[in-house]
Structures are given as C-alpha cells and as structure tokens.
Design a binder for this molecule. Structure first.
Ligand SMILES: [Zn+2]
Ligand SMILES: [Zn+2]
Length: 372
C-alpha cells in the first residue's frame, strides 16, 4: 500500500480550517477531478477518491478529532467496518453537489444503501459486572417523516420532467453531430418535484438525533463491538439503511485493574496476620469478600477470592478477585511491644546486635527486591 497523504495536505487547507473552508476546498477538487469530467483518467479518479476520503473525515467533527489525535491509524477501524469509503460517496455528493446546484435540484431516484455508523460508548467496570441498559443519542440521516421520503410537499406529486419529458436525457447539437447528455433539470431521473417538502427541502432525508437502547452484556471488554442492524443512516429512495456499530470502551477503575476476567486489587495486613494467618475482609467490586490469609504469607503474595472477578461473557461464572498482599510494618512501638519483639527475635536466633534491616526483612519475609 502506498503511503497515505495527510488529509489537510490533500485538501490544501490549514489544520484549523473551518467547515466552510474544507467544503470549498473539496468542492474545487471534486469539480476538477470528477470522473464524469475525466473519463478513463485513472490519475484523476485517484485524486478524486483521495479528496473525497479527506473530506469525508475532516467534515465530521468526531472523525476529524480522531484523525488530529491519531492520524490515519486512528481511523483504520472505521474504514474497515464500512468497507472503505465507496459506500459514503453518494452522501457526500448529496451534500456538496446539492449545494452546488443551488439546493434542491431534482429527485434522486437512484437507490443507495444508507451509511453505517460507529458510536463509541464508554462504560464503567461496574456496568459490565452487572450488565446495563443504555440509551444512546445517535445523530443520523433518516427518512423524512413528513413526505415519507418522496421529497414532495404533502398533497403534491412528483411530476414528469418538462425539460426531457421523462427521458432523463436531452440532445444537444454540436455542429453537425448531436450528443445526448444527462438532463440538468432532473439529473437524469426523468421526474422532478415541483413543490419540495419543506421539512427535507426535497431530499427525502433529514438529519435527526435518535435515541437507541442497547443492553451492554456482562463481561464484555474494551473493543467489543455491537452491531445494530439497520440502525445506521437511512437509504436513499427506499434502499435499506446502514448498520450501527457500538464499540465498547471500559473506563479504568481507581481501585481495580482488569486482567482478562480477573480483577486485581491490594490489601494491607499486619505482620502478625502475615505470620500467623487468619481471615480478613477485602473490598470487592460488588461488596466485601472474605479472604483467608495462610500462615507465613509473604509480602507481594497474590491471594485469590474465586468467582469474584469479571463475569465471563455469556457464561454463568466469573474470573477471580486477586488480592496483592502488602504487609504493614508497625511504627511507634510501646515499651512492652518492643520487648516482646526482641524476645521473639531472640527465639528466632536473631541477636539484636544484627543490623536492623536484616531483622525486619527476616521477620516479614521480604524478598531482596522489596526492601531498599
Ligand atoms: Zn420531506
Ligand atoms: Zn429531465
């Protein structure tokens, strides 16, 4: 694959160019390299595609932001999902060429499947422990409900184009020969809307923000993708709509780290608990759990509370809660406490003449790398 050019460079605009400048820049290139104007010219076609792709990204604030931050790599997922930009071309034509021709220009009888959309949904760890119903707001192009997509004002009809009499083509004489070309009045559709629907200005499509409900399952992880068939943008002239892809991103948690389906946390115990063993209560993600400390537990030991991690997707069991043990060294010993510890050290055959650190290290069973 050849190296992709920077989108701003492709359109020859500044990085802070506004929507209008981007549109103007694209319009200029699109007219120059449009395949209709450059038949059988591969270079023009490539330039046209490149400009269209750049425009497609830079006109969309969300995609533009992603591109600004991550470059082409940031958009890779999106382009694969939607099978490249081919699907979207007509949409862009609608926008840019619609404006070019002064808004309402004729009926688009050509059917085109609607564009697929991607929505990034941020969820918390708690959400995926229990599963949760979300209502998301998705801005998308929908069939105009006023005219049901016909583009004609209610009570009026689509009529045969008076310029081409429904043929979609007109003949033009060039000296001694005649050429047929697409009727400019109806864009080749053979029909026009005389009285366009005011809600959609004759396009048959409107931009709407739709509330869509989605149940996020237990156990899903970042990058998990839900496909909501038919919830993308509306198709043109009755063509099927695109799909909506909802991509899950699980936000980091302040207390727990996730490792597949295990959750990792830490707990402090006293050195007496570490040496003697016992039971402690630890904060799990879903309430407190009891953790058994075996006698002789070492600093940094990883103890497990089974089945208290993240649920496994579509299964009825979970990973484990892994508790990393920290051992607290007591400070400010009282006279009596100190005496007992010294006795203890003696019993262990450790004279108090030994250097202090050696004593504590042995007592707490710390490894070399844990002590400074
Ligand atoms: Zn309408
Ligand atoms: Zn016509």
């Amino acid at each position: 694959m050849t190296q992709k050019r920077d989108y701003y460079e492709v359109l020859s605009v500044d990085r802070d160019a506004d929507e209008d400048e981007i549109k103007k820049a694209y319009r200029k290139l699109a007219i120059q390299f449009h395949p209709d104007k450059n038949p059988d010219n591969k270079e023009a076609e490539d330039k046209f595609k490149e400009a269209t792709e750049a425009y497609e990204v830079l006109r969309d604030p969300e995609k533009r932001q992603t591109y600004d931050r991550f470059g082409h790599a940031g958009l890779e997922g999106m382009t694969t999902d939607f099978g490249g930009f081919g699907v979207n071309l007509d949409d862009i034509f609608g926008d840019v060429f619609g404006d070019l021709l002064g808004g309402f220009s004729g009926r688009q009888r050509t059917t085109k499947r609607g564009r697929s959309l991607q929505y990034n949904l941020e969820v918390t760890l708690e959400d995926i422990i229990h599963g949760k119903q979300f209502t998301i707001q998705v801005p998308r192009v929908e069939t105009c409900s006023t005219c049901n997509g016909s583009g004609a004002r209610t009570g009026t009809e689509v009529v045969t184009c008076p310029q081409c009499h429904g043929r979609g083509q007109i003949s033009q004489s060039h000296g001694f020969f005649t050429m047929a070309r697409t009727c400019p009045r109806c864009q080749g559709e053979g029909e026009i809307i005389q009285d366009p629907c005011p809600s959609c200005k004759g396009r048959g499509l409107v931009r709407n923000t739709r509330e869509i409900k989605l149940h996020v399952d237990k156990g899903v992880d970042s990058g998990f993708k839900y496909k909501l068939t038919g919830e993308g943008e509306a198709g043109v002239n009755g063509a099927p709509p695109g799909d909506l892809f909802v991509v899950i991103n699980v936000a980091p948690h302040e207390r727990f780290q996730r490792d597949q389906n295990d959750l990792i946390t830490s707990a402090k115990i006293s050195f007496a608990q570490a040496a003697l063993g016992g039971k402690i209560s630890v904060q799990g993600i879903d309430g407190r759990d009891e953790l058994r400390i075996p006698p002789g537990t070492q600093y940094g030991a990883q103890l497990r509370v089974p089945n208290k991690g993240v649920p496994i997707y579509k299964r009825s069991y979970s990973g484990d809660l892994i508790v990393e043990i920290e051992i607290e060294t007591p400070r400010n010993l009282s006279g009596e406490q100190r005496k007992k510890l010294e006795e203890f050290a003696k019993l262990r055959g450790e004279s108090d003449q030994h250097e202090q650190e050696g004593f504590w290290e042995k007592l707490l069973g710390r490894h070399e790398e844990d002590s400074e």
